[in-house]
Ligand binder design. Structure first.
Ligand SMILES: [Zn+2]
Ligand SMILES: [Zn+2]
Length: 231
């Protein structure tokens, strides 16, 4: 799926008139392609494939594709998309992630799954923003996508001020591959999609749950990656 053409409207960033929700010149200007760790998506200063942290202690996902850094104007657009019901931003946001996955050129997964929202959060918001991205990216790649193969039955604790270790502890057991699902993920390659990756606790725990269930490879595809805390 290419960027969906719509009647002429204003670019969400520069307000120029365009058929896309974010015009091409803003996409190019605000989403430079930068060297990143292939495993966790953090910026690397040079073209080394892996960062030091991943060499020492690799995360439970095998590769990470990043749409771009979590910075202006994407931070604002993602917040509008997520919290203000601006669902029309899903298409331009997904497009950038689709391009990143294509550029990284890894093997394509059998299933693309969104990181699930806790039930209460889903009820409040009315939609899972990660699913809106996941199904578009999967469609663009010709992969299957499903929002029910991974469940998150537990309410999310407030994680914002916690360190990675505490976040991981809180998330332990939060994700369960949905038992009555029609397909098994055993032996399969799965990609997990999320809108923003900060410390990566959520994606780590979700990936670990899929691995425990027998997935042989789990990739993380994130629309926006925050810098390392020290940056
Ligand atoms: Zn623009
Ligand atoms: Zn890394």
């Amino acid at each position: 799926m290419g960027p969906r053409l719509r009647p002429l409207g204003q670019c969400a960033v520069c307000r120029s008139w365009d058929t896309q929700a974010v015009c091409n010149s803003c996409v190019t200007r605000f989403a430079p392609v930068l060297p990143r760790c292939r495993r966790c998506g953090l910026r690397t200063g040079t073209t080394v494939p892996l960062c030091g942290a991943c060499l020492a202690d690799p995360p439970p996902f095998d590769a990470c594709s990043v749409g771009c850094g979590y910075a202006f104007p994407w931070d604002r657009l993602i917040a509008d998309f997520k919290f203000n019901g601006r669902v029309e931003l899903a298409a331009p946001l997904a497009q950038r992630l689709l391009e990143a996955v294509r550029r990284d050129g890894g093997p394509l997964p059998q299933w693309v799954l969104p990181v699930p929202l806790a039930p209460r959060r889903l009820a409040e918001r009315g939609y899972n923003q990660a699913w809106k991205l996941a199904r578009r990216v999967a469609h663009g790649l010709g992969c299957r996508a499903d929002a029910r193969l991974l469940d998150r039955p537990l309410a999310a604790a407030h994680q914002a001020e916690l360190g990675l270790a505490q976040r991981l502890k809180n998330l332990r057991g939060a994700f369960v591959p949905n038992p009555p699902r029609p397909v098994s993920l055993r032996g399969l390659h799965v990609a997990l999609v999320d809108d923003v990756m900060t410390r990566g606790a959520t994606l780590r725990e979700a990936a670990a749950a899929l691995r425990r269930d027998g997935a042989t490879r789990v990739d993380a595809w994130v629309r926006a990656r925050t810098p390392a805390p020290a940056d």
